[in-house]
Design a protein around this ligand. Structure first.
Ligand code: HEC
Length: 149
C-alpha cells in the first residue's frame, strides 16, 4: 500500500517536471554557455542552438528513463515523443569532430531516430523489450558522440 502511494507521488513529480521542461527552456541556458567556454571551441549561433537542443534531449532522456524505472509508461511515452520532435534538428548539426564525414553522421543519426521510434512503439504496447531498447538508445548517444562530439 505504502509503495503504491510513493509511486503515485513520483508520477506527480514527473508530471510537474515535464510541465516545467516543456513550458520553457529554463534549465538549458546556463550549461550551454559554461560548456562552450570551457572547451574553448568556436561558438557560432548554429552551435549554440545544437548545444541547447542536446542539453534538452539529455534532460528529456533522463526523465524518460526515470519514468520507465517507476513504470510510468504514459509519461515515458510522452517524453520519448518530445525527444523525437527535438531530435529532428540533430540531423543538421555541424559536429566539432569529423565534420567531413556527413554520411557516417547521417547513419548514426538514423540509428538514433529509429531506436527512439522502436522504443516508443514498445512503450505503447508495454512490451518486455523496453529495457533492452532503452540500452540501445544510450548506445546511440554514445556512438554518435564517440565520433562527432
Ligand atoms: C547523431 C549524433 C548525435 C546523437 C545521436 C546524440 N548526440 Fe549529443 N551531441 C552530438 C554532438 C555533435 C555534440 C557536440 C556539439 C554540440 O554540443 O553542439 C553533442 C553534445 C551533447 C551534449 C553536450 C551539450 C552541451 O551543452 O555542450 C549532451 C549533454 C548530449 N550531446 C547528450 C546526448 C544524449 C543524452 C543523446 C541520446 C539520447 C545524444 N546526445 C545523442 C551529437 C549527437
Amino acid at each position: 500500500m505504502e509503495g503504491k502511494g510513493i509511486q503515485k507521488g513520483m508520477k506527480f513529480a514527473f508530471a510537474l517536471i515535464i510541465t516545467l521542461l516543456l513550458a520553457g527552456d529554463v534549465f538549458a541556458s546556463e550549461k550551454e554557455i559554461s560548456n562552450g567556454d570551457k572547451d574553448k571551441r568556436v561558438m557560432t549561433p548554429e552551435r549554440k542552438k545544437q548545444h541547447h537542443a542536446m542539453s534538452i534531449i539529455e534532460k528529456q532522456w533522463n526523465l524518460a528513463k526515470k519514468a520507465m524505472d517507476v513504470g510510468d509508461f504514459q509519461t515515458a511515452g510522452m517524453v520519448v515523443e518530445k525527444i523525437l520532435e527535438e531530435a529532428v534538428s540533430v540531423e543538421n548539426y555541424k559536429p566539432y569532430k569529423n565534420a567531413d564525414k556527413p554520411k557516417q553522421y547521417l547513419e548514426d543519426y538514423n540509428f538514433f531516430r529509429e531506436t527512439l521510434i522502436k522504443l516508443k512503439e514498445a512503450i505503447n504496447r508495454k512490451e518486455k523489450t523496453i529495457g533492452e531498447i532503452s540500452k540501445s538508445v544510450d548506445e546511440a548517444c554514445k556512438r554518435c558522440h564517440g565520433k562527432f562530439r
